[in-house]
Ligand binder design. Structure first.
Ligand SMILES: [Zn+2]
Length: 453
């Protein structure tokens, strides 16, 4: 009976593959970069059309920024909340693109274009998957709510407030977020959270202009040395963070998470290749590798500048700057981390100015949530292999809106190929995985319904 349903679904999706891919092409053709408001509007209108065509009840709701597209399907009640975003990263630099970023081009079974994987192909798979369930099975197995925001690439500044205000319309029992890449080897993936982020700039200044290091050095402050001192006080050379209070709130790693880490496959050669790590550098292995990547905070310098390397000038530059980001884990609070950093710097490097750039809280869903099993089953059915289950992703998504604001368990289920090149030139989505994503959405709903959601 079950297999018979899956077969009917797979046949339906196959029969409509051409139409689905045309939809995806049309979506990618709209350059919905946040700096292009008219194209953002066109994208919203496009989504409204597709959603209605696929049988969803659609609402476009304003926020102080880009509008949210909210849609419901299936029976009334609390079921699954799906999330995606319709804004895309800017396409620049254009030079390395093999085909123009907003003219979708199919090569070797992949569709190339900005936003095809991040996130248009993934939320279209949700939209189309629900339509496919209705057509192939005669019903959508569960109440489904879809929320599509237009500000994910700008750190989702209005999503949390939107969720507070529209709590009722977003009522559900579990959230499923599809963004980011699957594991290598087309292995499906379920992540039970994300790391958060706090990005900031440090600046040290000295004289009001660059000064001769012989004639004036020693009499003017050296901003680069001062900045270096401040940076060195943050971490050991191995990366252990030394800022008092920084790790406040880090949730202890429990036995369920340890078991999850121990079950993850680890291939040292592959890990070194992916990281681009030379042989003399030490590499964390097995569970330690994944623990560092998903459950521990890290602090990195993104950029550093003072003076110029172009000419050999003997000067004391008048300013030095660094941009850093801290990746945070549940239940660190970006505001508290900022306070800890400011207090530490005020003590050991008072000459450095701290400027916050942006932040997003971390999230984590309890691994014992009963919905992991049914979603894993659905993914295994579609992809022919069991998903990898990660306690969290290393990167950041606005998942805290679902876990903290709405209080839901949240499962992150990426649909894109591991080499999707999101945010980079030649972003692409494998079309077989796009079609599998459509089936996966329908199968997840069925599986969750059968598990009693
Ligand atoms: Zn993105």
């Amino acid at each position: 009976m079950d297999d018979e349903r899956s077969l009917r679904l797979a046949r339906y999706v196959d029969a409509h593959a051409f139409r689905y891919v045309e939809r995806l092409r049309a979506a990618v053709r709209i350059p919905s970069v946040s700096s292009r408001p008219r194209d953002m509007e066109e994208m919203v209108a496009f989504l409204q059309d597709v959603l209605e065509e696929e049988g969803w009840r659609v609402y476009v709701l304003p926020t102080p920024g880009a509008p949210v597209v909210l849609a419901h399907a299936g029976p009334n009640g609390e079921g699954v909340l799906l999330y995606g975003h319709y804004d895309v990263q800017p396409a620049e630099p254009l030079e390395p693109w093999a085909s123009p970023p907003f003219e979708p081009s199919e090569r070797d079974g992949r569709l190339y274009g900005r936003g095809v994987a991040d996130n248009k192909g993934q939320h279209l798979a949700h939209i189309l998957g629900v339509g496919a369930a209705r057509e192939a099975w005669g019903e959508v197995p569960l109440p489904v709510t879809l929320i599509l925001e237009g500000e994910e690439e700008s750190s989702s500044p209005h999503l949390a407030a939107f969720a507070q205000t529209h709590r009722g319309a977003l009522a559900a029992r579990v959230a499923v977020v599809s963004d980011g890449p699957m594991a290598p080897g087309d292995r499906p993936l379920i992540a039970l959270g994300v790391r958060g982020i706090l990005s900031f700039r440090l600046e040290a200044t000295g004289a009001d202009q660059d000064q001769h290091s012989g004639n004036k050095g020693g009499l003017v402050p050296d901003p680069a040395m001062r900045l270096a001192h401040a940076l060195a006080s943050l971490c050991t050379p191995q990366g252990d963070i030394r800022v008092p209070g920084f790790s406040e709130g880090v949730r202890p790693v429990g036995p369920a998470e340890e078991a999850m880490l121990a079950a993850l496959p680890f291939d040292e050669e592959e890990a070194r290749r992916v990281l681009g790590l030379p042989p003399h550098e030490e590499l964390l292995r097995g569970p330690a590798y994944y623990r560092r990547l998903t459950l521990e905070p890290v602090l990195h310098v993104n950029a550093l500048s003072a003076g110029t390397m172009e000419q050999d000038r003997t000067v004391v530059p008048h300013t030095a700057r660094a941009r850093l980001d801290a990746r945070l884990v549940a239940d660190q609070d970006p505001d508290r981390v900022e306070q800890a950093l400011r207090a530490h710097l005020a003590r050991v490097a008072p000459w450095v100015r701290f400027e916050r750039l942006g932040a997003m809280p971390p999230s984590r869903t309890d691994p014992r949530t009963p919905w992991v099993g049914p979603v894993a089953q659905a993914l295994a059915k579609v992809h022919g292999q069991a998903p990898m289950i990660l306690p969290a992703l290393g990167g950041s998504l606005p998942d805290y809106v679902f876990t903290r604001v709405l209080g839901l368990p949240s499962l992150i289920v990426p649909y894109a190929n591991a080499d999707e090149q999101n945010h980079a030139p030649n972003e692409n989505l494998r079309l077989d995985l796009f079609l599998r994503g459509i089936r996966a959405t329908a199968e997840m709903l069925l599986s969750l319904a059968q598990a009693g959601l």
